[in-house]
Design a binder for this molecule. Structure first.
Ligand code: GDP
Length: 294
């Protein structure tokens, strides 16, 4: 992932090779190349500009230490700024409540059902009692998909295949969780191929009904700028708590990972890097910045 961005950033830093000091001119040139690399990686233009302006100011403002070359200083500053852009500190999910409800939202095909399984597996491995709930009332295959995943990871799945009322299913799942001693209920919801009003109303009412301690928005990182726009639309309606970026194992240009936080002002909490249940990671902005900068 991010090969192209990493390569371009590396090239930008190389323009400083052999230069003894930071000057207005070499800072401007390098900053411009960094900005171009970010925009090519599908980072929103304004975000890319803000970041590079900050990098430029920092580079000019800092005294170059004797042991640090301009190139090294730029790498360090860029690393700090990318980390800040992606949210700085790692942010945990809130699993308070009895049971705690985690609502999974997003478009169809973004990876909601797969992620629900992964999250359940991760929480189970931490010794928590988890119940998965199938609230995708439009796609019968989604119920089966969740059941298969549940069996695979050893987590119970609550479903009512004949019921077309997602709120009723979710409320019944909560009762079932209480009765069976489950502490966390993960609610997988229906998605559409594009944002539509009916879907938004449904998930909004579901959220109001089950009062989740954590609402996560799942988005396919391969969709670049669209990912950011969809995140904005969902956030305006749902005021979600965190983002899950999926398909980071594909040849994503990385723009979504870099822009979502600053556009939506909600943290990325998990990344998904494959179809297997183990392919989930807690999101650490600093580790991602290190990865991008190689
Ligand atoms: P949903 O419609 O949002 O529930 O999406 P699904 O969970 O059914 O995922 C849609 C497709 O994407 C499936 O074929 C998944 O196996 C695949 N998928 C989900 N997450 C990832 C990921 O992180 N990487 C890759 N390569 N594929 C994924």
């Amino acid at each position: 992932m991010f090969e192209s961005l990493s390569g371009k950033l590396d090239k930008a830093f190389k323009t400083l090779k052999g230069q003894g000091t930071i000057t207005e001119i070499n800072v401007a040139t390098t900053a411009k190349e960094i900005r171009r690399a970010l925009v090519d990686a599908d980072v929103n233009y304004k975000v890319a500009k803000d970041v590079t302006d900050k990098i430029k100011d920092e580079a000019l403002g800092r005294n170059v230490l004797v042991s640090v070359s301009p190139g090294q200083l730029f790498v360090k500053i860029t690393n700090e700024e990318l980390t800040r852009l992606m949210g700085g500190e790692k942010k945990d999910i809130n699993i308070g409540g009895d049971p705690a409800v985690i609502l999974i939202s997003g478009l169809q095909g973004s990876g909601k059902t797969t992620f629900s399984g992964k999250l359940a597996r991760m929480l189970k491995s931490q010794g928590r009692q988890v119940l998965l709930t199938a609230c995708d009332i439009y796609r019968p295959a989604a119920i089966d998909q969740l059941k298969v995943l549940g069996e695979q990871i050893g987590v119970d799945v609550y479903a009512e295949p004949e019921n077309k009322n997602a709120i009723e299913i979710a409320n019944n799942a909560l009762k079932h969780a209480k009765a069976t001693g489950k502490k966390i209920v993960i609610v997988d919801t229906a998605g559409r191929l594009a944002v539509d009003e009916q879907m938004m109303q449904e998930i909004e009412s579901l959220k109001n009904a089950v009062k989740p301690s954590e609402t996560l928005f799942v988005v396919d990182s391969m969709t670049g700028q669209d990912a950011v726009n969809t995140a904005k639309t969902f956030n305006d309606r749902l005021d979600f708590d965190g983002v899950v970026l999926t398909k980071l194992d594909g040849d994503t240009r990385g723009g979504a990972a870099l822009s979502i936080r600053s556009v939506v002002e909600k943290p990325i909490k998990f990344i998904s890097t494959g179809e297997k249940m183990e392919a989930i990671d807690v999101f650490y902005p600093d580790r991602m910045a290190n990865r991008i900068l190689g």
